[in-house]
Ligand binder design. Structure first.
Ligand SMILES: Cc1ncc(COP(=O)(O)O)c(C=O)c1O
Length: 411
């Protein structure tokens, strides 16, 4: 007899870690629509709509706004490994785990990586990044916008212009901020940027929106190579070194998303439906209104957690608007608190990595999850759980102070 296991029946949860967070029901609904062939005119029409929707989400006039099929890092890897050629100098500013990921991907692509680092919980003064660009003259600067590992958001409006002045390309990882904080691609002169759906875009992990400009296209088209089985007669490969990944080869992805409709991979149909709905939701709400919703809930969480006598992690002036780091108080078992929040209240909050492991909880208020009722439930559940752990706190104050922030905003 085959072992079938039970029907899927995931327990109801409120996902308040640093992502994935709850998907908007409209996105789940879109994913249940019938599949179409990847060259069906209706489907290619949806692809064109997706490009146009993401141009608006990314606030860009770039022609190319595409999806890479994979989680957020697949688009990071498509951008970096298509642009970086062996021996190229790459400058990676690191202020958390995902800066290290940028370094790792750049090294794997053959780049000669130079790093600058700042303590976790802080961001770089932009002048420091700009001085390093002037000193090292990199071809590419991969920079994380919001690093969920530390909950910090790096200001970067002056970095793009400095990259232009020194002939460098700026790639930005906006995985954790797109749809929740302003990512002004053209205004900040970002050359390539990518994200995921599973955070402020209110979708599931598995599709990575990316946009890039003609400066990037010029660099990667030099490396254009089409696999033999589908290579058109007379095709001449670019003079540059072939991109080592077939799947994450930007020129081939461009070919697929262009009117040429190069038969590269099979587009992940249901994920494209999801990505399309995520963008419609963000634009329908209005980007500014959405950013304000995240800012307000961030303020409410900060007020509530502080009123409970908890210390918040990091430089609050640069805290992301969609995730809050909480220092685990002395004597409290951080793992037990997270387990009780999940078991008793169905609320997931996040743990931390690297130097912050066991020291900081990360509470996400992203996308669809970023709502008053979730913030208040989370604070109430945390209070009850901490009291059970013997932590002394002024009972009732957390929810009351958070509610006061919402009430004031509603007036
Ligand atoms: C800033 C940032 N970059 C990249 C990633 C990696 O995303 P994925 O797990 O979807 O590949 C994450 C995920 O937490 C992130 O927060």
């Amino acid at each position: 007899m085959p072992k079938l296991y039970a029907d899927l029946n995931p327990p109801p949860r409120i996902l308040m870690g640093p992502g994935p967070v709850d998907a908007d029901p409209r996105v789940l609904n879109a994913m249940s629509m019938p599949l179409l062939g990847q060259f069906d005119p209706c489907f290619t029409g949806y692809m064109n709509e997706v490009m146009d929707l993401y141009r608006q989400v990314f606030k860009t006039k770039n022609h190319w706004a595409i999806l890479v099929d994979g989680t957020a890092r697949s688009a990071t890897e498509a951008c970096l490994s298509s642009v970086i050629e062996p021996g190229d100098t790459v400058l990676v500013p690191i202020f958390g785990r995902f800066g290290h990921l940028m370094k790792e991907i750049s090294e794997r692509a053959g780049g000669e990586v130079v790093t600058i680092e700042t303590d976790w919980g802080t961001v770089f003064p932009q002048e420091r990044i700009i001085a390093a660009i002037a000193e090292h003259r990199p071809k590419v600067v991969p920079l994380v916008h919001g690093d969920t590992s530390t909950t910090m958001a790096q200001p970067m409006d002056a970095v793009g212009p400095a990259c232009r002045d020194h002939g460098a390309l700026l790639y930005v990882d906006a995985t954790a901020t797109l749809g929740g904080m302003d990512v002004d691609v053209d205004g900040w002169h970002i050359d390539a940027v990518s994200a995921g759906l599973q955070k402020c875009m209110s979708g599931p992990p598995g599709s990575a929106p990316a946009t890039f400009n003609e400066r990037v296209v010029e660099v990667v088209e030099r490396r254009k190579h089409v696999e033999e089985g589908i290579r058109p007669e007379g095709f001449e490969a670019g003079a540059g070194p072939t991109i080592t990944s077939n799947y994450l080869d930007l020129p081939q992805l461009i070919g697929y998303w262009s009117t040429e409709r190069l038969n590269h991979h099979t587009e992940a149909t249901s994920m494209l439906y999801a990505a399309r709905e995520c963008a419609r939701l963000a634009l329908g709400e209005g980007l500014q209104a959405r950013f304000e919703r995240h800012r307000l809930t961030s303020r409410a969480m900060v007020a509530g957690l502080t009123a409970m006598g908890l210390e918040l992690y990091g430089d609050l002036a640069h805290k992301m608007d969609n995730v809050t780091g909480v220092v685990i108080p002395e004597g409290v078992d951080g793992h037990a608190v997270r387990a009780a929040m999940l078991d008793d209240f169905g609320i997931e909050i996040g743990t931390s990595f690297g130097p912050l492991h066991g020291r900081v909880w990360r509470i996400g208020t992203m996308g669809y999850t970023c709502r008053k009722e979730n913030a208040l439930k989370c604070l109430g559940a945390l209070e009850a759980t901490l009291l059970q752990q013997g932590f002394k706190l002024p009972a009732g104050q957390g929810v009351a102070q958070a509610l006061a922030v919402y009430r004031e905003a509603e007036m």
